[in-house]
Design a protein around this ligand. Structure first.
Ligand code: FE2
Length: 230
């Protein structure tokens, strides 16, 4: 399997390029509109053909590259079940598997940051956690139907029940981290370690964060797969 983490500096977003080395078929998870040319160049250089663009959720901080990538490559756009994105080619449900030759991607419903959110377990060994779980942090829960208690349950009952050695690849990082493990986050993530559900809810509700700069344009655009004109 080919696995590559890519970064967008402006929104601190990680995009993941995953491919089967034999068939050269590829998937992009959470592509960013401003990085579409970078991604297309990389795909061309590596000889990969893009089959799917997969979203962990409807983002509020950046516009997805899916619409543009779909136009340029003919790939299919996949969003989580119940996500408000009628433009998607396919919705993926909890437990559903996306198979691409030797690459097995299993969707794990992990709502709480948004009401429809999927983490993706790749070949049992790494989990793309989107904005449910960051390295030593987690996504906010104060907009887009977010709910702190739901996020606590998703992380503690779904993600933290994966084997400790599972590699954690988040949807964002703001402090220079790239990868962690489930065991490490269980032990060292200050949002979860030593907190119960009620304590977590109180903490999340006291954060008082500014709204993301792009929320007014990003959410409606992402509900149209990143099409800016709709
Ligand atoms: Fe998000």
């Amino acid at each position: 399997m080919f696995f590559r983490q890519l970064f967008d500096k402006e929104s601190s977003t990680y995009t993941y390029l995953i491919a089967d080395r034999e068939t050269q078929e590829a998937i992009l998870v959470d592509p960013v509109l401003e990085q579409v040319e970078r991604d297309l160049q990389l795909l061309a250089e590596l000889g990969f053909s893009l089959r799917y663009c997969v979203e962990t959720h409807i983002h509020a901080d950046h516009i997805t590259g899916t619409a543009k990538l779909r136009l340029r490559t003919g790939c299919l756009g996949i969003v989580p079940d119940k996500a408000q994105a009628s433009c998607a080619d396919r919705h993926i449900k909890d437990g559903e598997i996306l198979q691409l030759a030797s690459v097995t991607i299993k969707a794990i419903a992990t709502p709480g940051h948004t009401d429809s959110h999927m983490a993706y377990l790749v070949n049992q060994e790494r989990v793309l956690t989107g904005d449910a779980l960051f390295i030593r942090g987690c996504g906010r829960t104060d907009f887009q139907s977010g709910d702190a208690g739901t996020l606590f349950d998703s992380v503690t009952q779904k993600l933290f029940t994966l084997p400790d050695e599972t590699l954690v690849y988040p949807g964002h990082d703001y402090r220079g981290h790239t990868v962690s493990t489930i065991g490490e986050e269980k032990h060292w993530n200050p949002r979860f370690a030593g907190r119960n559900r009620q304590n977590f809810i109180e903490f999340m509700n006291s954060l008082d964060l500014p709204k993301p700069q792009k929320i007014m344009e990003a959410v409606p655009a992402n509900e149209h797969c990143g099409n800016l004109v709709f």
